[in-house]
Ligand binder design. Sequence first.
Ligand code: SF4
Ligand code: SF4
Length: 163
Amino acid sequence: MPLSTLCLHCGMCCDGTLFTHVPLQPPEAEVLRERGLTLATREDGGAVLPQRCAALDGRCCTAYAERPEACRRYRCQLLNALADGEVSLEEAKGVVDAAHARVEAVARAFPTSRVGDATAMRRAREAALASSTEVFSSEAREVLTQAEAFLDRHFRGRFRRSG
Ligand code: SF4
Ligand code: SF4
């Protein structure tokens, strides 16, 4: 129960903050297409589920019973720490709140990404890559760098579910 409580407080492995897509096996792609979800195609022709996931409603997965294997298997570092008793639920929720605050700071630093928009990190990454330093200040880029480092340290670690 504390694990699902934390995930319902977070949602960042589904909303585009941590990952760009979820890899799919062909039967999983068929099931999701039948649900009306729009998928994307990798360079090798394989289907992927783009993030923010279209099955996400708020911070809740509406395709939970039929979610792909990569979603079933995935646990971020923070969730593992909670499962292992290394952090309490309140401490873990505090880390999630801090991560959400950093994402909102990124959205403010990169005006092309709206505050509160769950795809703020992705938009900011793309904007930072595409533009010169005259468009976005070094301070804005530092906000993005620090946010990515925070997400790596507490959530992604060495394991990345997808891009
Ligand atoms: S990033 Fe971790 S805590 Fe957040 S929803 Fe995903 S598994 Fe749960
Ligand atoms: S299918 Fe569900 S668990 Fe998987 S990315 Fe989408 S919302 Fe998250």
